[in-house]
Ligand binder design. Structure first.
Ligand SMILES: Cc1cc2nc3c(=O)[nH]c(=O)nc-3n(C[C@H](O)[C@H](O)[C@H](O)COP(=O)(O)OP(=O)(O)OC[C@H]3O[C@@H](n4cnc5c(N)ncnc54)[C@H](O)[C@@H]3O)c2cc1C
Length: 412
């Protein structure tokens, strides 16, 4: 029977970093991948260009993952962004920063990022096997003993690192396989919902604006009495919204839908402007340019197609500012302050870039990424119940967490 010090399940960024860390710290390491290709999802990230990190300092970076973000403090210390930037440079990949925040490889090729990590892991001594899915984790007396592959082969090991990712994007290998393995060990899994996905609304009028991008909008949702909102670029689609603001909010919306069946999403098209500000604006327009069409007044501060649609829906096509009564100005100001939409259909995992949910963080030691239930088990990457927004957060978390898991496996 074959034996390794550490077996890594899954060859995404978490698994590749884990294999690299374990092998380069002296552990006999085997990386298993169910698919016939290494890092299929990684190769599709960032529209094939791989936005693998960003420039935020660690505290700000962690904040963007929500209240559990600090879970990754040790992982970011063990393998900070600079470590991976150096590694990529050494492998001949030049990282560049776009929009002053997002890291991409200069040549714009995600598969090259994958190859760089794979090369480094193999050079450190990690063995890789494709088309080898893990079916069962073997445990004896509360400690890992190895695993069984889908073809029934048993391989023993002191450490197993589950880096099987999540259920998002099944066409790129997303599945619940890792979550089921974690459950079989007694781990709690928070039910996955789609995140980093579009939001489908029930109000069809948004479809008339399909293709419109607002560079800076605020999209929010009420979760009980808690108000969650995201700000950023927003794209109108035939069925609702996409773009970073919508995608970053989608996990919260889908979680509410899973619990309550419907969610109320609201849009603030000009985030700095509140109801009173809008009212004052329209009154000023009425006094200074009374003969202007109201939609043209609105189009000075909001996209023309949006302004036209809103004014025409509320007041008809040729409505001049001078006809706006105070009551109507209040009504319009109130509407623009908080444009409400109903959502009753969650995005599917096919549309999602990540899952929200996963292995409970309470059962994983953030200092080692080790299981608090089965000794020798480790978790890293999207399988964990910690998901960041769009913009290089999730790959960086997978890389750093994976590296710490591999390091811990090699050292214990
Ligand atoms: C289209 C798209 C674009 C994205 N763009 C970005 C981006 O630009 N920046 C960013 O930060 N994030 C992006 N993401 C999210 C990012 O891809 C994931 O967060 C990241 O890949 C998670 O890494 P992981 O290693 O945990 O899991 P994965 O990358 O999903 O890898 C898990 C691997 O485990 C394998 N596996 C599963 N079960 C088993 C098993 N039983 N046995 C053996 N192997 C198994 C799978 O086949 C898979 O290869 C994007 C996602 C998608 C879908």
């Amino acid at each position: 029977m074959e034996h390794f010090d550490a077996i890594v399940c899954g060859s995404g960024p978490a698994g590749l970093a884990a294999a690299l860390a374990a092998a380069s710290h002296g552990a006999a390491t085997l990386l298993l991948e169910r698919d016939h290709m290494i890092g299929r999802k990684l190769c599709a990230t960032g529209n094939g260009r791989c936005n693998f990190s960003n420039t935020l300092p660690p505290l700000k970076f962690m904040e963007r993952f929500g209240r559990n973000g600090r879970f990754m403090t040790d992982a970011l210390r063990a393998a900070p962004r600079e470590f991976f930037l150096d590694l990529l440079q050494q492998e001949g990949i030049r990282p560049v920063v776009e929009d002053e925040i997002h890291y991409f490889p200069m040549n714009g090729r995600a598969p090259d990022v994958r190859d760089a990590f794979l090369r480094a892991a193999r050079r450190a001594g990690a063995e890789t096997r494709l088309s080898t899915g893990v079916r069962r984790i073997l445990v004896e007396n509360g400690a890992v003993k190895g695993m069984e592959t889908q073809s029934g082969e048993t391989i023993t090991a002191e450490h197993v690192i589950l880096a099987c990712g999540g259920t998002a994007a099944p066409a790129l290998g997303g599945s619940d396989s890792g979550l089921e393995l974690a459950k079989s060990l007694g781990h709690t899994v928070r039910e996955p919902v789609a995140t980093l996905a579009p939001i489908h609304v029930d109000n069809p009028w948004t479809g008339e604006l399909a293709g419109l991008t607002m560079a800076d909008a605020e999209l929010g949702v009420m979760n009980g009495t808690k108000h969650i909102s995201m700000r950023g670029s927003l794209l109108f689609t035939h069925g609702g919204f996409s773009g970073p603001a919508a995608m970053d909010l989608s996990g919260a919306v889908n979680r509410i839908l899973a619990n309550e069946g419907t969610a109320r999403v609201f849009l603030r098209a000009l985030p700095g402007q509140r109801e009173q500000g809008w009212f004052d604006y329209f009154v000023r327009e009425r006094e200074t340019v009374p003969d202007h069409l109201l939609k043209n007044s609105l189009a000075r501060v909001l996209p023309r197609s949006f302004a036209g649609l809103v004014c025409e829906r509320m007041f008809g096509p040729e409505f001049h500012s001078k006809r706006l009564t105070n009551a109507a100005a209040h009504e319009l100001a109130h509407f623009l302050d908080r444009i409400e939409f109903t959502v009753s259909r969650p995005a599917s995992m096919d549309e999602a870039m990540a899952m929200d949910g996963g292995v409970s963080l309470r059962e994983v030691d953030p200092r080692t990424m080790g299981s608090r239930i089965v000794s020798g088990m480790h978790f890293a990457g999207e399988i964990l119940d910690l998901t960041g927004p769009t913009g290089g957060f999730n790959i960086q978390f997978a890389l750093s967490g994976g590296y710490l898991a591999g390091l811990s496996a090699a050292q214990h």
